[in-house]
Design a protein around this ligand. Structure first.
Ligand SMILES: NC(=O)c1ccc[n+]([C@@H]2O[C@H](COP(=O)([O-])OP(=O)(O)OC[C@H]3O[C@@H](n4cnc5c(N)ncnc54)[C@H](O)[C@@H]3O)[C@@H](O)[C@H]2O)c1
Length: 337
């Protein structure tokens, strides 16, 4: 199979592309290697991928429609996995333009190209942040997501809607994943696990927002990749909802399109999460308890029933293992230079 992975220099894109290569597929990575965080880390992920014969790479922005078009039409992918985006809730308050550009214009360009190359399945990353101010937990795909509380969430919600219209008009079968907080080796420096580990190891205090009362449904990146891989072969078809009466499918009534949570449905409190890091590092954290930050939600909590009904799989790796695996990588590869 030929798989186009956008965002291949990124945390999740690197892991998805690596798994596709191990499974014997040809992968074209497409990434603008943006300076949102340590570019050296992105380059090191790419070096790893380029060790595989099955991997080729095109370095360009999603906004460069000609570059994207020529890369995609030449490669003729069977499957497109669209992970490139401007992520991060907090940065969307500082640099909103980056979200409009990468997530809206970038995804629009990708959809125009998908319309031409007609992959058998387009899969695209969305986020638990689209559940926004929802108070009903666990979060189900069929609930309203009309109240985003950050521009990041709003652009991701817009991506879900844009892909639906293209799936309807041009019959490109599309699955939107809603990822929850994803952790593991090669992780993102702007996310809590990375920030906490590096501060704790350096003996610095950590900033704990929401006075430590926030909860996150965390997913080990290996579990996330397993969910992604299983969904590749679960191509949505109009009029063919999942055969499990206990689950409400998010399948569109007018398009080969669905949205699926990928998470275990086991939220962890922030203070328990910090304890897991303390246990794995053998060091005590000094905590600055701070109020909630604008745009953040207090709890994310997935209902994984649809994922389970579609793929037979639910992420189950505990957060302690996410912390251990991350720290092992951090000490042996990242911090060691
Ligand atoms: N990591 C998580 O916990 C999480 C949670 C929810 C959703 N997501 C989503 O999953 C996807 C992957 O996230 P990640 O954690 O790997 O982030 P990441 O920042 O590590 O990876 C994104 C990649 O996209 C590239 N990119 C950004 N803007 C681009 C543009 N305009 N053109 C070309 N390339 C561009 C970056 O260089 C980067 O390598 C994103 O869509 C993100 O919104 C991630």
């Amino acid at each position: 199979m030929k798989v186009l992975v956008t965002g291949a220099a990124g945390f999740i894109g690197f892991h998805v592309a690596s798994r596709m290569l191990v499974d014997g597929h040809d992968v074209l990575g497409y990434d603008g290697v943006t300076p949102y965080y340590d570019v050296t880390l992105k380059r090191r992920r790419l070096e790893r991928l380029l060790d595989s014969d099955g991997f080729s790479f095109s370095e360009a922005m999603l906004e460069d429609k000609l570059a994207l078009e020529s890369a995609a039409t030449e490669f003729e992918p069977d499957v497109i996995i669209h992970l490139a985006a401007q992520p991060g809730v907090r940065y969307s308050l500082e640099a909103p333009e980056a979200y409009v550009s990468a997530n809206l214009v970038g995804t629009f360009n990708l959809l125009e190209i998908a319309k031409q190359v007609k992959p058998r399945h387009l899969l695209i990353a969305s986020t638990s942040s689209v559940y926004g101010a929802n108070e009903t937990t666990p979060f189900r795909e069929t609930e309203r997501t009309d109240f985003p509380i950050s521009l990041y969430a709003a652009t991701k919600k817009a991506c879900e809607a844009m892909t639906h219209s293209y799936a309807h008009l041009w019959k490109v079968p599309t699955t939107c994943f809603r990822f929850f907080t994803v952790y593991g080796p090669w992780g993102r420096p702007d996310m809590a696990l990375f920030k906490f580990v590096s501060a704790i190891l350096d003996g610095e205090a950590i900033d704990v927002y929401g006075e430590g009362q926030m909860q996150r449904d965390c997913t080990h990146v290996d579990d996330l990749v397993e969910g992604v891989v299983r969904l590749i072969d679960t191509v949505p078809r109009e009029g063919s909802p999942v055969e499990d009466e206990s689950v409400t499918d998010s399948l569109s009534p007018v398009a080969p399109w669905r949205v699926v949570n990928i998470a275990g449905g086991k939220p962890v409190g922030l203070l328990d999460f910090i304890e897991a890091i303390e246990a794995a590092t053998g060091k005590k954290a000094r905590k600055n308890l701070l109020p909630m930050q604008k745009g953040d939600v207090t709890t994310t909590f997935a209902d994984p029933s649809l994922l389970k009904a579609l793929t037979g799989f639910v992420p189950s790796t505990p957060v302690s293992k996410c912390a251990q695996d991350f720290i092992e990588w951090y000490l042996s590869e990242y911090d060691a230079g």
